[in-house]
Design a protein around this ligand. Structure first.
Ligand SMILES: [Zn+2]
Length: 228
């Protein structure tokens, strides 16, 4: 999926980016490149991908391949890595917690599709996110949007998990947030150790989840149990 311009909040994206920098978990980016127009980036990447494909020995005059460099360039800028741009951050309207709900809200097994930044190969899995509302409640559809936004970057799973945690704790104004990511890394399946079995599990638990063993256990068992 690519982002929907009508559902973004560039101002919030800027604030979240600043907050992630203050927490030491922002993706290492070249700020000046983030200012470059998508069309210009697509042209630059298309030229570079033409060189890559020719160098590995593919004949780009073949009609199946002719559009591949342009296709890859568009995919990288507009889909796979759209989450690098703070102005693509999803709109996250919160509502006041008027009913004073004080139990865990859990979004379980949110689909997560990302790419590892070491090999640029696929990372496929799920994220389970919980929070205990303080003054604010977030629409449930917003949590998957935030997971998707940070997934659409070259990533390492540890940083992705931390970014989801910190963005949510900033938006919800509470550190009672917990995130577990379970994902399969294609680079582990298809190269190196070539094992298709392992999942990598990472978590980031806010202080209330760390301090309360029962709460932590409840969340982890919810997160790691299969619904079917
Ligand atoms: Zn990798």
């Amino acid at each position: 999926m690519s982002y929907d311009k009508t559902k973004t909040d560039p101002k919030l994206g800027k604030e979240v980016r600043k907050y992630l920098i203050s927490q030491g978990v922002e993706t290492p980016v070249i700020p000046s490149m983030l200012e470059v127009e998508p069309k210009v980036k697509i042209d630059i990447i298309q030229d570079a991908m033409t060189t890559v494909y020719k160098t590995i020995g593919m004949d780009l005059s073949n009609d199946s391949l002719a559009e591949t460099p342009n296709r890859i360039a568009k995919m990288l800028v507009l889909e796979s890595f759209y989450g690098l741009q703070e102005d693509h951050f999803p709109k996250c309207t919160t509502v006041k917690n008027e009913m004073e709900y004080d139990e865990m809200v859990v979004e379980k097994e949110i689909t997560l599709i990302s790419q590892c930044e070491h090999h640029q190969s696929g990372v496929i899995g799920t994220a389970t996110v919980a929070y205990i509302p303080k003054n604010k409640i977030l629409g449930l559809s917003k949590i998957p949007r935030i997971v998707e936004y940070f997934s659409r970057r070259p990533q390492i799973q540890e940083r992705l998990t931390a970014q989801i945690y910190h963005a949510l704790s900033y938006i919800l104004e509470t550190d009672a947030v917990a995130v577990v990511v379970e994902a399969k890394h294609m680079c582990v399946c298809s190269r190196g150790v070539e094992d298709t079995n392992p999942y990598t599990i990472t978590s980031k638990l806010g202080p209330p989840f760390k301090a309360d063993a029962a709460l932590r256990a409840e969340f982890m068992s919810l997160a790691l149990s299969r619904k079917s």
